[in-house]
Design a protein around this ligand. Sequence first.
Ligand SMILES: [Zn+2]
Ligand SMILES: [Zn+2]
Ligand SMILES: [Zn+2]
Length: 335
Amino acid sequence: MSEIRKDPTSHTWIVLSTERGKRPSDFREREVGPPSALRPCPFCGGEEMAPPEDVHAIWPGEIDKRTKGWKTRVLPNKYPALRPGIELSQAEADTIYHLLSGVGAHEVIVESPNHEDTLATMPPSQIEAVIRTYCQRYKFWRRDPRVTFVLIFKNYGVAAGASLEHPHSQLVATPIIPPRIFEELEEAKDYYLRNKECIYCRMIKAEAEAKVSRKVLENDTMFALCPFASRFPCELYILPKKHAAALEEITQKEVSDLAKMISKVFRRMNKVLNDPPYNFMIHVAPLRTPGLLFYHWHIEIIPRLTMPAGFEWGTGIYINIISPEDAAKALRQAK
Ligand SMILES: [Zn+2]
Ligand SMILES: [Zn+2]
Ligand SMILES: [Zn+2]
């Protein structure tokens, strides 16, 4: 069973998840290459993924109306960091330590039946099915009073932390608001109180009008940019042009535009960076406050081209060796 521990000297929380039964000496040997390459893919199968009896264990994802085959699937993570069905409890230890039970959820969203698919090669209609599955999962977890926040993310490539090749995203539902989200909420609220405007809406306007723009792409309802203070080379945000704090408020037109935008962004990233490893994260408002006027859902994409090192770990300040202006220009021009 996992625990969520608070560091008494900072805003850091950690999840202690010892399900894999590792011992310190197991790290003497360094893993090289994708560990999955030698095993049969667990997500390629059909019937073996049928739901076990546990109600928390599996949901169907999306079915293709024509072929009756699955388009997306939602499965429990084999080694869940957090799990549903347990009490949310807190405890103190040694008078200075604070911890919570590891309640929440950890799911895998299989994005396609096709093992070779990537976000750059999938047809946008398949990406639409993935977005609808994300929305369904947010709606599902909104009903659980123990869950406060849901992060949907994707690790692509070994250097980005992926252990399986088959296209998939993950969902972790937490009983706390993660520090990174808390920070964004605080900044956005502060800006809103001073200016009566959402900082993200303002940022889209600023980038659309800027002389030296960090805009990468836009369509009717979506906008992609390299953020002004990009932490990593070619870091990228995708935002809806119309203000919304929760992804599941998305309209069918926006789903379609977002799918096209994701497809284009990753095809261009492949052109410029040659199929880089990356992390993809969706930031939404906490589940109890879906209609916030000052928070604006967005996707953050970080190609993993450089490694945070001592300075980054020691200060929380990132040294970025490519300007977001140059990154945006290269991605704009990569047709
Ligand atoms: Zn597969
Ligand atoms: Zn906004
Ligand atoms: Zn964010």
